[in-house]
Design a protein around this ligand. Sequence first.
Ligand SMILES: [Zn+2]
Length: 465
Amino acid sequence: MPDFGSSHKHNTKTQQARPQSANHSTSHGHARTHASGHPRVSQPKINAYSEFKKEHKTNYSRRTFSKAAVALPFALLAAGGLGGAFWWTHRAVAAEIDGKQLEVPNGSSIKDLVKQGFASPKYGNLVSVSGDVLEEGKGKCYTVSINGHDLGDKFDDYRLVAGDKIAFTNGDDEEEPHQSDKTPIPYKWERAKGAGAVGFVSEWGKPGYSEKVVGNITGLAIDRGVVQEPVNRVLTYMNVEPKDGEKLVALTFDDGPSHYTTQLLDILDQKNAKVTFFDIGENIQHNLEICKDALAKGHQVAMHSLHHPDMTKLSDERMIEEIDTTKQMLASGDIKTNCLRAPYGAFSKHNWEVLSGRITSLIGWNLDTLDWKKPGSDKIVEKACSNMHPGAIILCHAGGGTREQTVEAVPQIIDKWQAAGYKFVTVHQLLASDERFPKHVIEDSFDDLPQDQEEPEGFSAQAKK
Ligand SMILES: [Zn+2]
């Protein structure tokens, strides 16, 4: 479909450029009075003379000399003074123009400098869609940089002072107005090198486009091919490395909420440990108060799907339902989250393609306690403490079966890590300790995505809620 909007825009630009070049050509003639010195001299003359009259009026009337006899020498004096002022204002000063040291009149405008031949920048040309010159000098105005500040073509008000360094750049060519037909090229997904427990979109990417144009003046039809290459959307997985090796650890509980969650909340209070609960929608339905309690106590409450399916085997609609419905349930208790732990840790590239606008981070784990196998609390503690390192995420369960062993193991797990100098924090507190994670991941929000990045699909529908 022809893009009339863009060609209209282009049209306007060209029309704007034309009066500019018209201006430029008149400045070569003598039409522009402010560029010649005379009006500026006449202004101070009037002012000085009226000042002079004010100051000397009383004296005149009291003197007996004829007015003419007095006025003549004063007029000569005034003219001499104004001549001096003119000379001072327009004295030659040293300036650097396009790299050359020159003596130029102080107070010159940029167009004065060009008119008087101190520099010879050129306007661009009007060119066809195929790049042929249609009219020389009918393109964009030259641009100017003064003492390193780029003024572009907004230099009308500038007046030169001694020591200025002025550099001109020739104007760009202006393309003829044209009809444009753009075909979008979708971005591709790219998996960044590396692996780790936390998955997120590190670059949102941008679609590109190819373009066909027809020139309004020449009627030429040109296929420009790919004008804008798409930018890949990048998926990154990495482990958390807290800044300065701070000893932080995240204990996480899946499959709740349940009455085990309630027991855990008491233990965690006693141990002064903050943790993260990845809750299942089905369970949230009947235990929303437990979720609210956990949040109120400073823990993080995040998603673990609605029905605990293998997400990689679902239709797109079901995937979306698993996320959106769980979010809505939590939101009814004023709990906002876009953070997911996938059931079984299974999450495919296609899951990301469909859900990237709905989840800010996918949280895995570094230490699996295998508590769901009920191997005895000692074994659970052993697994949880097998590889202590800053940034570790430990996986436990607060639902999906009897969890007495887990409840028994947790105080010991906390004691051991705390004895080694570790602090238990939520997953988001852990992420915030590592500056490599982008803002939307740390803050669990899509609100402040950079302006130039493509909105993820589903962004407006759910993610902002
Ligand atoms: Zn689970």
